[in-house]
Design a protein around this ligand. Structure first.
Ligand code: ARG
Length: 280
């Protein structure tokens, strides 16, 4: 007799792949300037809570079997906790970011040194504004590249040349979703989830054509930073409040894990922003 399938098991079976992540402890985290609509320096942050929440995320990755490395946080760089912005690493090659806002520009040298000190051979400093995995989402089919607010479209040509992979340009049009990773995430090597309202009509058409089976998120979950998720192919880790999106992902066969990053959200970042993946 066939047992009835739980919704979780109804879709294609998913498989986790062990990942290598770099994170940066929010030791110097605060909101002392505003470079995106979420940041309000008048709103207080709780440093101890920010640290505890970040540790929960790191511990969750470790408990799922992933390798988590860290970069030393630097004083005076409160947004360095958003490790995703430091670089894009594909096939062991590194495109080190060039940050748009002066407040973050000094982070780039810390990242370049981190990779050089660990023996990475191809470490290229971006010549144009490029905010790492904040604006680049890597799938098997292509590297998806966001622009409109932060990364310069010219940096996409640099990425194409360095990684020798197709790079697909996507235009972001809503300032609340100022980085690609606030509006779109990779779930598996070739499956994505996104919120169409964050993109211009042409980009939406490109996404529909490339990923006809993508999971579509609604505005409510997008505004809760639900798309700023990290998936290992099976486990999707997303901000606690995005319950609608979590339910949707479960029907697509993913296991969902919830993390409360309310403090970092005050700077306009969540799970994915804290996580830079090293793809070797
Ligand atoms: N306050 C940071 C900024 O505006 C947040 C960065 C979030 N990171 C990300 N990958 N979306 O630059």
């Amino acid at each position: 007799m066939t047992a009835s399938l739980a919704p979780e098991a109804a879709a294609t079976p998913r498989q986790a792949r062990t990942r290598h992540y770099v994170m940066c402890r929010p030791e110097h985290f605060e909101v002392s300037y505003s470079i995106n609509p979420w940041m309000d320096p008048a709103k207080p942050t709780d440093p101890a809570l920010a640290l505890a929440q970040w540790e929960d995320l790191r511990d969750l990755y470790v408990s799922l079997g992933h390798d988590v490395r860290t970069i030393e946080p630097a004083a005076g760089l409160p947004d360095m906790v958003f490790a995703a912005n430091g670089a894009l690493v594909v096939d062991g090659k590194v495109l080190v970011s060039r940050f748009r806002h002066p407040e973050r520009q000094a982070e780039a040298d810390h990242w370049a040194a981190w990779f050089r000190d660990r023996g990475y051979q191809d470490v290229v400093q971006a010549a144009f504004t490029s905010e790492g995995e904040g604006d680049y989402v890597t799938t098997d089919r292509a590297i998806l590249a966001g622009n409109g607010f932060r990364s310069d479209p010219y940096s996409q040509a640099e990425a194409r040349a360095l990684f020798n992979r197709p790079v697909i340009s996507l235009k972001l049009i809503d300032p609340r979703f100022y980085h690609l990773d606030t509006a779109l995430a990779a779930l598996g090597d070739d499956e994505i989830v996104y919120y169409p309202g964050a993109f211009d009509a042409e980009s939406r058409q490109v996404l529909r054509g490339l990923f006809p089976n993508a999971v579509i998120a609604d505005e409510e979950d997008a505004l809760l930073f639900g798309l700023n998720l990290v998936s290992d192919g099976l486990n999707a880790i997303l901000p606690e409040p995005a319950t609608g999106l979590a339910a949707k992902l479960r029907t697509h066969g993913y296991r969902t894990h919830h993390i409360d990053l309310s403090e970092l959200l005050k700077s306009g970042g969540s799970v994915k922003c804290c996580t830079l993946e090293l793809r070797h």
